[in-house]
Design a binder for this molecule. Structure first.
Ligand code: ATP
Ligand code: MG
Length: 510
């Protein structure tokens, strides 16, 4: 069922509307006459492929970006939202796709910025501030975030939660959330959806984007589909296949490719009783041609495990074997030398060098190989990179454009492509499909299975249990730094993974 934009004004008018909005960046038309409208009391999802223009729309509605043409209306009246402050004055608050917290300040300072409690001589009363922040967090059901701690010491999920809380405390009338769940685990997503349902029951308007269909159908009242900078329609009911077909313009039959056959191959990577901060006595064996999944709730040691296997986090005991010989991995350089690649979760802080070009970011991992003869062979580098841009359908005007100009999902693809270019036998993928659209997910799954088919070994953590269940030969479920369960295909279900993960577990929210 499709509905046209409403034109009423007054109390029955839509809470927020974008009318024929356009915005270009250089030669890229991010929005091309897109219209959108959302009501009070509704949860409205914006969906579309990476680069479809969702964030651009949200930035315009949130006052962060100006449109080249078109207008924004609130309750039927045209408004000029020329800054986030202007939007705030109208009760419009946004959680942007990128984190905006000040990393060197405390959680409390970030939460209460510009509203700090002041004591004598108008000095900021720090003790009271921490107390207030404590009350705010507890009131929203958040534990395990210390308001006195620095933001830079928080996990990505915790930072995202602070980012959300900072906006919630402003009591927004219209709340825009751009991929709020992309760094949250299952529990935190439930927590956020609780908040969203509460806001909508209080007649607020909530607009959000997500690349996970299940989340969208769980919480959205209506869905607007975007493609190529324009809206294709707003729906109250639409099934996933139809939505995917609209988003991509092509039919996607099977999202998950078949698992490659697994022979009784030799182990490529082994960990024996590995210990370190966050990791307790983890043993695992990863064989040639195997896709070994790792699941569990955020904050239960997956990240530490992956980073220590890559030499990017310390270990205090245990051993690592590559090709059945004991190895020393004290830094990523050692790991890369042993043929290990890591694609990390946080493309902003760990993966990409944002001001550098797409081409350079793509070839960073293979630069040592490319320059083996003491010269960087620009031609070869360019060809290899261009090849990958085609293979992963990375949407970029060219290799020379800075990577920060790409949409979120396309940045993720650059990161993945980098490690596929480097000839690594052991590929550690840490939540690589976060923020990636369905069509690209499908391409990444195909790539993973083809890596395995080529005889490489894939260790793969995902916060999406469906994905783990469908792609892995085996799944290890981590809880409190240990392997709590091992599930083997066929017959792994997402429910098995989640239930093994939550048994007696603690989390940030609850
Ligand atoms: N600051 C910028 N400079 C240059 N190009 C930009 C800029 N911001 C966005 N774009 C381009 O505009 C298009 C739309 O981007 P946008 O971020 O709105 O997509 P999106 O739908 O949010 O995608 P994703 O799902 O990946 O977050 C993309 O092609 C993107 O590369
Ligand atoms: Mg976006």
């Amino acid at each position: 069922m499709s509905e046209g934009p409403a034109t009423a004004s007054g109390p029955t008018a839509p809470a927020i509307e974008g009318i024929k909005l356009s915005r270009a960046f250089g030669g890229v038309q991010a929005l091309a006459g897109a219209s959108f409208s959302a009501r009070r009391g509704e949860v409205h999802a914006l969906v579309g492929e990476n680069g479809a223009g969702k964030s651009t729309l949200i930035k315009i509605l949130g006052g962060r970006l100006r449109a080249d043409a078109g207008e924004v209306r609130l309750a039927g009246g045209t408004v000029e939202l020329d800054s986030p402050d202007a939007a705030h004055r109208h009760g419009v608050w946004t959680v942007f796709q990128e984190l905006t917290l000040l990393p060197w300040m405390t959680v409390a300072e970030n939460l209460l910025i510009r509203r700090e409690p002041r004591g004598a001589f108008r000095l900021i009363d720090r003790a009271r501030m921490a107390k207030e922040a404590d009350a705010v967090l507890a009131g929203l059901g958040i534990h395990n975030i210390d308001p006195r701690g620095l933001v830079e010491d928080l996990s990505l999920a915790q930072q995202q939660i602070v980012e959300i809380v900072r906006v919630i405390v402003q009591d927004p009338d219209i709340l825009l959330l751009d991929e709020p769940t992309s760094s949250l685990g299952e529990n935190e997503v439930e927590w956020l959806f609780g908040l969203i349902r509460d806001l909508s029951s209080r007649n607020k308007c909530i607009i959000f984007t997500s690349h996970r269909w299940k989340e969208i159908t769980d919480v959205a009242d209506r869905i607007t589909i975007f493609r190529n900078g324009g809206e294709l329609g707003t729906f109250t009911e639409i099934d996933e296949n139809r939505a995917v077909t609209l988003m991509t313009g092509q039919q996607v039959d099977a999202l998950y490719p078949e698992r490659p056959a697994l022979e009784a191959a030799r182990p490529l990577l082994e960990a024996r009783a590995l210990n370190g901060p966050g990791v307790s006595g983890v043993s695992l064996t990863l064989r040639r041609g195997e896709i070994l999944g790792v699941g569990g709730l955020a904050g239960h040691g997956h990240r530490e495990l992956f980073f220590s296997l890559f030499g990017a986090a310390p270990t205090t005991g245990g051993e690592i074997l590559v090709n059945e010989s004991k190895v020393r991995i004290s830094n990523p350089h050692d790991a890369i030398g042993l043929g290990i690649a890591l694609v990390p979760e946080d493309r902003k802080t760990e993966g990409l060098i944002l001001p550098m070009s797409v081409g350079t970011n793509l070839t960073l991992a293979i630069l040592p190989q490319l320059s083996a003869l003491g010269v960087i062979r620009g031609g070869h580098e360019g060809r290899a990179a261009l090849n990958m841009v085609g293979k992963l359908k990375i949407r970029t005007p060219g290799l020379r454009n800075p990577v920060h100009q790409l949409s979120g999902g396309n940045q993720q693809k650059v990161l993945l492509a980098r490690w596929l270019l480097a000839d690594s036998h052991i590929v550690l993928l840490y939540d690589v499909t976060r923020g990636v659209d369905v069509a690209t997910k499908h391409e990444i799954y195909e790539l993973m299975t083809s890596l395995a088919r080529e005889g490489r070994a894939v260790l793969f953590y995902s916060s999406d249990a469906e994905e783990l269940a469908h792609l892995s030969h085996r799944v290890l479920v981590m809880r409190e730094g240990r392997i709590a369960a091992e599930l083997a295909a066929p017959g792994i279900t997402a429910e098995d993974i989640v239930s093994a993960a939550v048994r007696e577990a603690t989390s940030i929210v609850g």
